[in-house]
Write a protein that binds this ligand. Sequence first.
Ligand code: T5A
Length: 211
Amino acid sequence: MSGVQGKFVVIEGLEGAGKSSAISLVRDYIEKHTNREMVCTREPGGTPLAEKMRDLVKTVDTTDPLCDEAECLLIYAARAQLVANVIKPALNNGQCVLGDRHNLSSLAYQGGGRGLNDLVNVISDVTLKDFKPDLTLYLDIAPKLGLQRAASRSALDRIEQQKIDFFERARARYLQIAAEDDSIYVIDASQNITEVHKDIISVLQAMPWLN
Ligand code: T5A
């Protein structure tokens, strides 16, 4: 299959939206329909160097707190590594890639949440140029419900400890961008898992490249 471009599919959403089980579902579906193993990535992270940056972004350091701009730059540095060393080589080899978050997270969290839209737009253009996912499933959930679910699973990390307004701004940005981009599908993630998965499968069934 070398020489054929693979597809890049991304699962997005606020904390507790249910990305983990959606990823298993999408992976199984696409692998069954393409007869080929997918490459799975997570962001920030996904390469040895990018994972070190992930730790810096997720860990609270009260002696040297990460400022918003540094957070943004670290996330894009991690993304640049991942795209260059994992995602693009896999796609060029004809493999499909399934991403647990990608650039849309930065547009929402750093752009909407932190209010750094100008910085995010510039770095995004410079590092990614016109590279973007073929399909994004955005699992939409009210921050209050998502954070309740996330807290019941494990202790909240540095970003999860932000105030609710931060996540409200991030959600508003997610929805705004999704409304302007045909490759982003909004799934109501407040439903029970069976209904969420039914909606995801309907989107996948409508993809011509999976039929
Ligand atoms: N970040 C990341 C940025 O700020 N900018 C960026 O550019 C990028 C890429 C990553 C952090 O970095 C930030 C965003 C994040 O804060 P992470 O650990 O990868 O950190 O965080 P998340 O991706 O948010 O992972 P979570 O595990 O918190 O969210 P999930 O994967 O959506 O949640 P999940 O699937 O584990 O579900 C949470 C709980 O809810 C239950 C599950 O069983 C689980 O217990 N659940 C449901 N319960 C009822 N009904 C449903 N429909 C349910 N779906 C799931």
